[in-house]
Design a binder for this molecule. Structure first.
Ligand SMILES: [Zn+2]
Length: 104
């Protein structure tokens, strides 16, 4: 029966397609995402995260940032000196960043 064999071959081909197609589609999606990846953006985000980590580890950072020529430092005194240890703190701070004494 040649007709039955043709139908059987078609079913086998369809079955193979159903098995292989999702794999190929997944690999295609993977490669497309890899090609679309923006390495420069990732590096920028990493760099920003690193600088934020460093600045939070360094207690001098907020004072330096406010005593620069930034527009924030033009208005009012931006630094409050701690009465207990003399450490300069940012103006809106409630507690000293060095000794945790309450600021006025
Ligand atoms: Zn202090």
């Amino acid at each position: 029966m040649p007709l039955g064999q043709v139908e059987l071959a078609l079913r086998v081909v369809a079955g193979l397609f159903v098995i292989v197609a999702p794999t190929l589609l997944f690999l295609g999606l993977w490669r497309a995402l890899d090609a679309m990846r923006d390495d420069e953006l990732i590096q920028q985000v990493n760099r920003r995260a690193e600088t934020m980590d460093q600045s939070s580890a360094d207690p001098e950072w907020p004072v330096d940032a406010l005593t620069d020529d930034s527009p924030l430092s033009d208005t009012a005194p931006s630094v409050v000196t701690c009465g207990a240890c003399g450490t300069p703190n940012i103006r809106d701070a409630t507690y000293c960043q060095e000794c945790l004494t309450e600021l006025e």
